[in-house]
Design a protein around this ligand. Structure first.
Ligand code: NAP
Ligand code: MG
Length: 454
């Protein structure tokens, strides 16, 4: 038996060990899920809806427990972790309406009746990263279950605890046995087997572009469906005609939330040159005001990085001679702490081009609207971004010109369960959330019934 040792990132203490699923264990889970799916898809739509509502209610009754687990396992501030657990309930509730609304079409044709059905795919494999264990898991499993599928989730090796607990809550809530299973373990074992086992009909992968590319290539061998949510290097574009004080006050939260371990982090702040100096004056107190510390404390806005090895990676982007404009605070002593850090590098620097996935932001000046758009798009990624301007025409022009899946004007919001989420270019393939997500867990079947002319 192989186990993973989970370390509390705020204290570096051993939290728990978790048994890893073996290759044979994955195949056994797939076989059981396949059988459970057939019965699930045959249930009356109203009964499937009721089961998902019970699941949502069970999560709601355990929000505090789930949040506390995420604080200990991932170092998320308790306020964030509580929101994340509540989000699981909300997403389940939103998609509990799906079974009774997933209607096909009746298409007018000659000589008969033509109908489309949205058939479930079968068993879905969801592979999640360590940065937002709960939200990212539910974005996959809730619409997939709602569309009549069985789901297996492979959480990241470092952060499996909340997902494991959610799997238990599903059973406690009365979801059929084996329909929804959580399989902790290694990506190279469990994740790989999701890709190669032919009874897993679709992979929902969230993680790095590097591993996502590998998953997509493996899936090609079976023409297996994939949804990919990958990396980002998003731009926060600040024009001279915006509310500069608000743009500066909110910019830290657009990038340092979850210690920058956020695929949507606005890790490049692009500022119009004529207001650059003033913006930096306003940004400094905002960055120094971010409350970094004990994730269990209600006032904390930013916790530690997730692990020692990730801390090493982030640290490598800020060598002693890095162009640091200013930094915020961070505790010293045990824990993987890294202060919010603001850099003013050249456009060609690796801190401008690569996803750091830590609390490090690059601020760059731009000349005009065309320069801002070109700079924002000068990346293989295209996940999110923000545009600050009080000029409506400019807001429309720039939001249409930036190649990214999720933009916000005069705010940094990007995730709502009822609106679609996903990336352009190498940030991903397909969309999660929103009204259409269940359709990506179905095949459209067209049936023509010959009945002669009416
Ligand atoms: P990662 O290294 O790509 O890992 C993601 C998941 O894939 C983990 O569960 C990992 O398992 C598994 N995995 C590793 N090798 C695999 C293989 N050969 N086959 C199948 N699965 C495999 O990513 P990460 O470091 O956890 O997360 C950070 C990345 O995720 C960042 O690039 C970030 O931008 C991206 N992200 C994107 C979104 C989005 O919605 N676009 C959201 C969040 C994060 P192990 O844990 O065992 O390695
Ligand atoms: Mg990784």
């Amino acid at each position: 038996m192989t186990v993973s040792e989970l370390i509390n990132p705020a204290t570096e203490e051993l939290l728990r060990t978790v048994e890893q699923t073996s290759l044979a264990g994955v195949d056994d889970a797939v076989a059981r899920a396949k059988a459970a799916q057939r019965d699930w898809a045959r249930l009356a739509p109203g009964d499937r809806a009721a089961a998902l509502r019970s699941f949502a209610a069970a999560v709601d009754a355990h929000v505090d427990e789930l949040a506390a687990l995420e604080v200990a396992n991932s170092g998320h501030p308790i306020g964030n972790a509580t929101w994340e657990a509540g989000h699981v309930r909300d997403v389940l509730q939103f998609y509990s309406a799906t079974p009774e609304r997933l209607s096909g079409k009746q298409i007018p044709v000659a000589g008969g009746l033509d109908v489309t059905f949205n058939e479930p795919l079968g068993v879905i494999g969801v592979i999640t990263p360590w940065n937002f264990p709960m939200p990212i898991a539910v974005w996959g499993f809730a619409p997939a279950l709602a569309a009549g599928n069985a789901v297996l989730v492979k959480p990241a090796e470092w952060t499996p605890l909340t997902t494991i607990r959610i799997g238990e809550l599903a059973v406690e809530a009365g979801l059929p046995a084996d329909l929804f299973q959580v399989l902790p373990g290694k990506g190279s074992v469990v994740g790989e087997r999701f890709v190669t086992n032919p009874d897993v009909r679709k992979i929902v992968f969230t993680g790095s572009t590097e591993v996502g590319t590998h998953v997509m290539a493996g899936a090609a061998a079976q023409v297996k469906r994939v949804t990919l949510e990958l990396g980002g290097k998003s731009a926060n574009i600040v024009f001279d005609d915006c509310d500069l004080a608000k743009a500066a006050a909110t910019a830290p939260y657009g990038v340092f939330d979850n210690a920058g371990q956020d695929c949507c982090a606005r890790s490049r702040i692009l500022v119009q040159r004529n207001v650059y100096d003033r913006f930096m004056e306003l940004l400094e107190p905002a960055v120094k005001g971010v409350v970094v510390g004990d994730p269990a404390s209600k006032d904390t806005e930013m916790g530690p990085l997730v692990s020692r090895s990730h801390w090493d990676t982030v640290t490598s982007y800020v060598p002693d001679d890095a162009p640091v404009a200013f930094r915020g605070d961070a505790p010293s002593g045990a824990g993987y702490w890294f202060p919010p850090t603001v850099l003013t590098p050249e456009r060609s620097d690796r801190t401008v081009r690569e996803e750091i996935f830590g609390p490090v932001v690059a601020v760059l000046p731009f000349d005009d609207e065309a320069d801002a758009v070109a700079l924002a798009n000068d990346t293989p990624y295209g996940l999110s971004g923000s545009i600050w301007t009080d000029n409506l025409s400019r807001a429309v022009r720039v939001s249409r010109a930036v190649e990214a899946g999720n933009l916000s004007v005069n705010s940094h919001s990007s995730v709502r369960y009822n609106t679609p989420f996903g990336g352009f270019k190498q940030s991903g393939l397909g969309r999660e959330l929103g009204p259409d997500a269940p359709l990506s867990f179905t095949e459209t079947k067209n049936v023509f019934y010959a009945i002669g002319d009416l």
